[in-house]
Design a protein around this ligand. Structure first.
Ligand code: MN
Length: 391
């Protein structure tokens, strides 16, 4: 699959029109966004994942010990046997990190920056199953994988919107229905941040939520200044060598405030530092423990490629890059390295393809910096040798 010719899942709508009229603005229903969609995972396989320690999962029961009861995984098989016939939902986070066919779904959304993509959550619901009327702080595409789900669209919400008194789930106490759609396998609904939505399973159904990440302004301010702070020393201080005679020693005058503002503005104006912080932040993996250094693997690179095997991206790794003047910066799972601009084609290949074939990679054997980069990413565990994970 080529990174430049992936089919858009927007139906007859162009990417340009979608971005202009819908993205972050209003909901969009796309009938047969994925025509003849083949559900890559069965309900039993999803339930199987929820038994695993490293997987985040939840069950929501509408009529449990209290209304909208939340149970957290990992679960035991016994837990599922004791659930009622209907009105419950199993939700499993970041299934893309464990199932390559689910990860591949995300490639259809590369008309948006891939570092904005977060994960694919999958929900399985029995008839009547729902997680209640709610809103999210991020964009989501809801792809119907199996069965049918009725989606009701409500009002725009914010931090002030009234919620039910529930310790675990943020369920809206008011829902002002604007629209209603019934989704069948292959249909997809886009929901912008802050828009109330309420999905109810008509029959046994599975829904794939392709979710996005966006840092909160709190994260931008706190994390960026924390990152900058690591490079500052104690001698760099508020200074007032220009201090004039004070009219009142207790007063904080404008000049003092402006000296502080200059410190902050200089930090905000450092576009290079800001970009490096951002690339590291946006590529931080959800499960860093799934990216482990693999000893000795880099030494096998040449042999493996010569045998015709390629490399695969670790499903947990997040990659992005930035070109700034002559400088190329690669971000790999929360870290960065500065590279010569001549490595751009290799970096683009690594960032955009799940599978790197031997033919393309062997071309870089003559370039010591390119070859070293591949070895470093293998050592770090962001890239894996084909065959190591039964691909
Ligand atoms: Mn939601």
């Amino acid at each position: 699959m080529s990174s430049t010719h992936r089919a858009s899942p927007l139906g007859s709508l162009s990417v340009e029109t979608f971005l202009r009229d819908y993205w972050q603005k209003k909901p969009l229903l796309i009938r047969q966004a994925f025509p003849d969609f083949e559900n890559p995972l069965s309900a039993d396989e999803l339930a199987g994942l929820s038994l695993e320690d490293e997987v985040e999962s939840r069950v929501v029961l509408e009529h449990g010990e209290r209304p909208w009861e939340l149970r957290r995984g990992p679960f035991f098989e016994e837990d599922f046997r004791t659930l009622p016939e209907q009105d419950w939902t199993l939700l499993v986070q970041a299934v893309d990190q464990f199932v390559p066919d689910v990860a591949e779904l995300m490639n259809a959304f590369r008309f948006l920056p891939s570092w904005r993509l977060d994960d694919v959550m999958i929900s399985y619901a029995t008839p009547g199953g729902s997680v209640g009327p709610h809103f999210d702080n991020y964009d989501v595409f809801l792809l119907q994988g199996q069965g049918h789900r009725r989606w009701k669209i409500g009002q725009h919400c914010d931090a002030e919107s009234p919620l039910l008194d529930n310790p675990d789930l943020k369920i809206l106490s008011d829902f002002d229905q604007q629209e209603e759609w019934l989704l069948a396998p292959g249909d997809m609904l886009y929901i912008p941040p802050g828009l109330a939505h309420y999905g109810i399973a008509e029959d046994e159904c599975m829904t794939y939520s392709i979710g996005f990440r966006a840092p909160s302004q709190h994260e931008v301010l706190v994390h960026y200044t924390d990152f900058l702070g690591q490079h500052l020393n104690d001698q760099q201080r508020y200074s007032d060598a220009d201090q004039s005679v004070v009219a009142d020693p207790a007063a904080i005058d404008d000049t003092a405030v402006e000296r502080l503002r200059d410190i902050l503005l200089a930090a905000a104006d450092d576009k290079t530092a800001l970009a490096i912080w951002f690339g590291r932040f946006m590529t931080e993996p959800r499960y860093p423990e799934l990216i482990q250094p693999i000893e000795g693997v880099a030494g096998e690179l040449e042999e493996v490629l010569n045998q015709g095997y390629g490399l695969v991206r670790n499903l947990s790794a997040r990659l992005a890059y930035r070109v700034e003047g002559e400088q190329l910066v690669l971000f790999a799972s929360g870290e960065h390295c500065v590279l010569p601009a001549s490595l751009l084609p290799l970096v683009q290949l690594i960032c955009n393809e799940d599978y790197l074939d031997s033919e393309h990679l062997l071309q870089w054997q003559a370039d010591p910096e390119g070859w070293t980069l591949l070895q470093q990413l293998l050592d770090k565990g962001d890239l894996l040798l084909e065959g190591d994970d039964d691909e």
